[in-house]
Design a protein around this ligand. Structure first.
Ligand code: SR1
Ligand code: MG
Length: 409
């Protein structure tokens, strides 16, 4: 008999016992300590380490409700999806995700490589650090994990069985509500709008019927386009970085959805880093350097994504009709249009919805925060409404620069 034969939500001392009993990482005479380090909206994350050696592990456990609010009743099966996705993505994009040691379906927890020598990218960007290799790494991750799980590459029966195994209805519903629906009407009264911006948000988001029609079309795209196994929550808080390396974590929202959902999330979160720097950096030269790096990175992410996508498409496509001349160009252009639209949705929902980002809410000066929020939402509306005109990295950045100019006059 073990106390881990039946599910319960662990404390830090339970996590120590769990590591000692269930994981073959630590020696018998180790002196284990633990800290709960989770800062996400859903789960509990324990770091367990041995004071006598350099060994450590991360144990991530899912509860029956979300950490951010008991409103969300969730099956801990998301932990299985996360563990399986990390293993799958580790095969498709080696070195770009943490190693999973064990998934425990009774305790709904997953034990994995400790990345304490990395920093969460959002934190690093808030300190205005730059990562010259990020675009290279993240585009390899996205192209490999997306294209190689799609019907372009996989046998269609095999792909359908993956669609089944990665069906993730509860977490998809969170996205359907928080990303696609509530930012544009607040019908559940859960939005959390910065009060000085409320009237502007009501006019620009809740009252723009042309925008709402486009968002409705996009929501149905998210609901129905089982294109690839997407990460589903690929923001800068789901990425660990150091100077040389990048690791993508937290794929619990993974399911078969539109590829552009992942790419668009990355672009939006780079824009959050840009507006934070714009609002908070006093030294003009440093601000220009950081913002230029973000702009170049956005360009590179789109353009490297395209180049790698075409290369793998050319070399690996298995579906015979996908090899028809002109098809890969058409397919990728749809992904880029979705990318622009999803970047717009993410920009809106992090400003007005319940799940904010630090890049925005840490801006102390009221006028600077107002300006930052309005820049994001103005860019977002152009990305959503004009999504079919975005095909190159430069176009994404041009909209950012255009809107910056308009708000500087
Ligand atoms: C209730 S969960 C809120 C948000 O946190 C996650 O990281 C996802 O982004 C989700 O939308
Ligand atoms: Mg997460």
């Amino acid at each position: 008999m073990s106390k881990f034969d039946k599910y319960f939500l662990m404390s830090s001392s339970d996590a120590v016992d769990y590591a000692a009993e269930k994981l073959s990482i630590f020696a018998c005479d180790s002196e284990l300590d633990c800290k709960e380090i989770g800062d996400g909206n859903l789960n509990y994350v324990f770091r367990v380490w041995d004071k006598k050696s350099d060994k450590s592990v991360i144990i991530k456990q899912a509860g029956y409700t979300a950490r951010i609010s008991d409103d969300f009743k969730l099956s801990p099966d998301r932990n299985r999806i996360e563990a399986e996705t990390l293993r799958f993505q580790g095969d498709l994009a080696p070195g770009l995700v943490p190693i999973v040691y064990k998934y425990d379906d009774i305790m709904s927890c997953c034990s994995m490589e400790d990345l304490s020598d990395y920093t969460i990218m959002r934190q690093a960007l808030l300190q205005h650090k730059i990562f010259p290799n990020f675009a290279e790494h993240i585009t390899t991750f996205m192209v490999n994990t997306l294209l190689l799980t799609s019907d372009i590459f996989l046998n269609h029966q095999e792909k359908k069985s993956l669609v089944k195994s990665y069906t993730n209805p509860e977490l998809c519903e969170i996205t359907e509500d928080l990303v696609y629906t509530e930012p544009f009407n607040d019908y559940k009264h859960r939005n959390d709008v910065f009060p000085p911006n409320l009237d502007w948000v009501k006019k620009e988001l809740y009252s723009d019927n042309e925008l709402k029609l486009e968002v409705a079309k996009l929501k149905f795209e998210f609901l129905t386009n089982a294109q690839a196994l997407i990460h589903g929550d690929l923001h800068t808080g789901s990425i660990f970085v150091n100077e040389n390396s990048t690791k993508v974590i937290d794929p619990e929202f993974a399911f078969y959805g539109p590829m552009g959902y992942d790419v668009g999330n990355i672009i939006a979160n780079m824009i959050f880093a840009w507006v934070n720097a714009d609002a908070t950096m006093d030294n003009e030269d440093e601000s220009i350097t950081f913002k230029s790096w973000v702009e170049n990175t956005i360009c590179e992410i789109i353009d490297k994504f395209k180049a790698k996508f075409f290369k793998i498409f050319r070399e690996e496509a298995k579906e015979i009709l996908a090899k028809t001349p002109g098809f890969s160009e058409w397919y990728l252009s749809q992904v880029l249009h979705d990318t622009a639209a999803v970047a717009g949705l993410e920009l809106c929902r992090r400003i007005v919805g319940m799940a904010h980002v630090k890049d925005i809410i840490s801006i102390d000066a009221e006028s600077a925060r107002l300006r930052a929020e309005r820049i994001c939402i103005t860019i977002a509306k152009r990305y959503i409404k004009n999504r079919e005109s975005y095909n190159f990295g430069e176009q994404f950045v041009n909209t950012l620069k255009e809107v910056e100019n308009e708000f500087s006059q």
